[in-house]
Write a protein that binds this ligand. Structure first.
Ligand SMILES: C[S@@+](CC[C@H](N)C(=O)[O-])C[C@H]1O[C@@H](n2cnc3c(N)ncnc32)[C@H](O)[C@@H]1O
Length: 245
């Protein structure tokens, strides 16, 4: 099935960019620190970034010593920013869906994907492809929306008190995997829900060894500064995994 290229939609793109331009966001506070805490020493390594977006991570991999970084993304609009703001002689940005990485015909020491895998329908095929393009002992590190978020399929996500404060999450349809349509800046944003066990077993069946799993939670210091993030104590927004070939 054809992939949705929602980040190329003008309204979606502008909305998403505004969130990322505001430096106090969940990516900067939780997801990115967790992702980089799992990175191996990148000195002289070849890194592939799946769904690289604005290329900020690609640039950081080079700053960490990587000798070559390939960033791929399905959205030309996202890659335009990557090329303008995060270019480097040792970074190659390629406009292609990650479902086609076998066509790269190249092997890597590290494959990374930050918040893009929940847009992929066939996780099993992608994980097998990633296994095959990694050198032996290579690592695959990724973040995605937490399955407690991707399962949502309509209705209110939260039960609230009479003042509108969130009391607890309404969890439904966790066990029903597959496509979800959500509203985020625009209607009909497609994502794919998979349970924790499907994600973990798909990685194991491909041949990977699980090394680390993180569901980032707010520290007391973050809660003091940004109390709204206490919601994450009910439901983490992100799931991160580090696996090795
Ligand atoms: C939430 S953004 C994350 C961007 C970047 N990884 C970061 O963390 O800043 C998700 C990115 O994945 C890209 N994407 C979604 N589906 C894709 C696919 N099938 N193949 C390649 N890129 C895809 C989108 O175009 C978008 O740039």
């Amino acid at each position: 099935m054809a992939q949705q290229n929602i980040y190329n939609n003008e309204v979606f793109f502008e909305g998403y960019k505004k969130i990322r331009d505001n430096k106090i966001n969940a990516n900067n506070l939780f997801e990115i620190p967790a992702l980089f805490s799992m990175m191996p020493d990148l000195k002289d390594k070849k890194v592939l970034d799946l769904g690289c977006g604005f290329g900020e991570h690609c640039k950081r991999f080079i700053d960490c010593g990587a000798k070559k970084v390939v960033g791929i993304d399905i959205s030309e609009k996202m890659l335009d920013i990557a090329g303008n703001e995060n270019s480097d002689p040792n970074i190659v940005y390629i406009n292609m869906p990650m479902e086609k990485i076998v066509e790269l015909n190249e092997k890597f020491d590290v494959v990374v994907s930050s918040l893009a895998l929940h847009y992929v329908e066939d996780f099993e095929e992608l994980v097998n492809d990633i296994y095959n393009i990694l050198y032996t002992e290579g690592v695959f590190i990724f973040s995605q929306e937490n399955p407690l978020c991707t399962c949502h399929s309509g209705g209110n996500r939260w039960t609230r008190d009479e003042k509108g404060n969130k009391i607890h999450l309404n969890l439904a349809d966790y066990g029903i995997e597959g496509e979800r349509e959500s509203v985020w800046f625009v209607d009909n944003v497609k994502k794919y829900h998979r349970t924790f066990s499907t994600i973990i077993n798909t990685l194991i069946n491909a041949g990977f060894t699980i090394e680390k799993m993180i569901e980032p939670l707010p520290t007391d210091k973050i809660l003091e500064q940004y109390p709204d993030y206490k919601d994450l104590l009910h439901k983490p927004d992100f799931l991160l995994l580090k696996v090795r070939k």
